[in-house]
Design a protein around this ligand. Structure first.
Ligand SMILES: [Zn+2]
Length: 553
């Protein structure tokens, strides 16, 4: 009986099993496995956006912008910059190469070549000419970037069928992310008030951009003036509007709303950068580029690298605790909501992958910190270097041995030191001994003799990642927390501290899980994560690791 019932059950199951078998074979035959990729990758780097801004203004954001990213996407909440300095050119290069300045070579927005003595702006290129203006603002290229970018690797992976476009108000923030062989890169020219390019990329601006420029979108936006989006007394996250440590526009008597930007613009059109409209303009240009190049509609995955730079310019003028910064983020939130809706319609919800991150954060203004009894003061680097040179001259009978400094490294006149028969190591020792006695300087390091240095390992890692011997001086200085070579009004960024190095990293769309993680990651983990998402080669200087919790597969 038992056997019979077992058999009858088996007889009943067999056809079903056979059916399943044939069905799955038929499916395989009909739809052979294909490589799945998104139609478009959108990179959004919000200049000077600290990680805490995601939550500082959370209650004031609307549903479709930052809140949509956090609720629909995946937020890595513990992503830090692991190099120095925390600056725009360096941050963008690191994000897109997965590398560090020691390897990708972009050691600052500016640097001195330690071999030739030439001073460089990161994307300067005298071999190239401006396209779209008579100014010199287009004599640029990515030639100083020594490593490949994730955008380069996408181009290589699809045999250059992917269309890759970079846009920003800033040359460095559009050029470096787009890599060495993009379709196009555009940035804003102050002289013509137009978006321009370089002969490195093209001979003439495309027709769609000429049309876009002709419409003078920026001028129209500025004519609306800049008042707060909501009543001033609702800006509870900010200091009073009128404080002594905020900058003013040229011609403005005090740093308060409403800012009469329409008047100041007439003699100084570059002030659009220092208003929230600079971000609106950049996202309008991004839409025009999607239309102009039909991004997301080709056979291969396309990539649009966007930098919203006005958050940085406004941050520099007013500092993180200002009504102006709060208002700029509330307006950016609205612009992002509009942009995401546009992408949903144009590319299709779920057809594009998007990430939002930052190139660096920003410090509080020093006078603001002091007014609230927080530690910190102005590091007078210029005076310190003058006194250091005088001290070294007394000790070694040679003048101007220190020739200059970046925010991190001091450069020495090594040729003169050696010609005078002096021991370079002894000179550096003497210099560091002097520097460590100056108020506000906490650590020094001789980058060629690190074993002699005692510095906490996280800071040491950032110094090692920063130091490219051809483009950096040999002695590093690290100030106490709260001390920096700051402006009296507004603020800056460049240091190792979390206010400058803790950045947002939020993903959304195709291939991305929903959720968040508190796992520690480095800024240079972005590029290998995108490489894993797209199933393409990792950039050639990458030292990052995949943020695997973000990815569906
Ligand atoms: Zn900046």
């Amino acid at each position: 009986m038992l056997r019979k019932s077992y058999l009858s059950k088996l007889m009943f199951l067999l056809p079903a099993l056979a059916g399943l078998y044939f069905q799955s074979n038929a499916q395989t035959a009909k739809t052979p496995a294909t490589l799945q990729r998104p139609k478009l990758v959108v990179g959004l780097v919000i200049d000077q956006m600290r990680w805490d801004y995601l939550y500082r203004y959370y209650d004031r954001y609307q549903s479709g912008g930052f809140k949509r990213l956090l609720n629909e996407g995946f937020s890595c909440n513990q992503v830090y910059i692991t190099h120095l300095p925390a600056e725009t050119a360096v941050g963008h290069s690191t994000l897109y190469t997965g590398s560090v300045p020691a390897i990708h070579g972009i050691t600052g927005n500016n640097w001195k070549d330690e071999v030739t003595g030439k001073n460089w702006y990161c994307t300067d290129d005298s071999l190239e000419q401006t396209v779209g203006s008579n100014s010199r603002a287009g004599r640029m290229s990515p030639r100083n970037l020594l490593a490949s970018t994730i955008t380069d690797e996408l181009a290589l992976a699809t045999n250059f069928r992917s269309r890759i476009v970079g846009v920003s108000l800033k040359d460095r923030a559009s050029i470096l992310p787009a890599g060495h062989k993009p379709t196009a890169v555009f940035w804003l020219d102050n002289e013509s008030e137009n978006f321009i390019s370089s002969t490195y990329y093209m001979k003439a601006l495309p027709q769609w951009l000429q049309n876009f420029n002709r419409q003078q979108h920026g001028r129209k936006m500025i004519s609306k003036g800049w008042n707060t989006l909501y009543p001033l007394n609702t800006y509870l996250q900010s200091s009073p509007d009128n404080v002594a440590w905020e900058e003013t526009f040229a011609g403005e008597s005090k740093p308060t709303f409403p800012h009469d930007i329409n008047t100041y613009y007439q003699s100084n059109p570059d002030i659009i950068r220092k208003t929230p409209y600079g971000n609106t303009l950049t996202l309008e240009l991004s839409k025009a580029a999607i239309e102009g190049y039909n991004l997301g509609a080709g056979a291969a995955t396309d990539f649009l690298a966007i930098n919203c730079a006005s958050t940085d310019y406004v941050g520099h003028m007013y500092g993180p605790n200002s009504v102006e910064v709060e208002d700029t983020y509330l307006r950016l939130d609205k612009d992002l909501a509009d942009f995401f809706t546009y992408l949903d319609k144009k590319i299709g919800r779920g057809n594009y992958s998007l990430f939002l991150t930052a190139d660096h954060g920003g410090a509080h203004n020093i006078s603001f910190l002091q007014s609230h009894h927080l530690a910190g003061d102005f590091l007078k680097t210029k005076n310190i270097l003058t006194n250091l040179n005088a001290h070294l001259e007394r000790s070694f009978k040679l003048h101007t041995m220190v020739t200059g400094s970046s925010s991190t490294f001091l450069s020495f006149n090594v040729a003169a030191i050696k010609k005078a028969g002096l021991n370079y190591n002894e000179v550096k020792e003497e210099a560091m001994d002097f520097l460590r006695k100056q108020p506000g300087i906490q650590f020094t390091a001789d980058m060629q003799n690190l074993h002699k240095t005692s510095i906490p390992k996280d800071i040491m890692e950032k110094l090692v990642n920063a130091y490219n011997s051809k483009r950096c001086g040999d002695v590093a200085i690290v100030p106490e927390p709260g001390w920096f070579n700051g402006r009296e009004k507004g603020t800056g960024h460049s240091l190792w501290n979390p206010f400058d190095t803790h950045i947002p990293m939020v993903f959304m769309g195709w291939g991305i899980k929903k959720g968040h993680s508190e796992k520690a990651h480095s800024m240079n983990d972005l590029a290998p994560t995108l490489a894993a998402l797209l199933k393409i080669q990792v950039p050639n200087g990458s030292v990052g690791r995949v943020m695997e919790e973000v990815l569906v597969h």
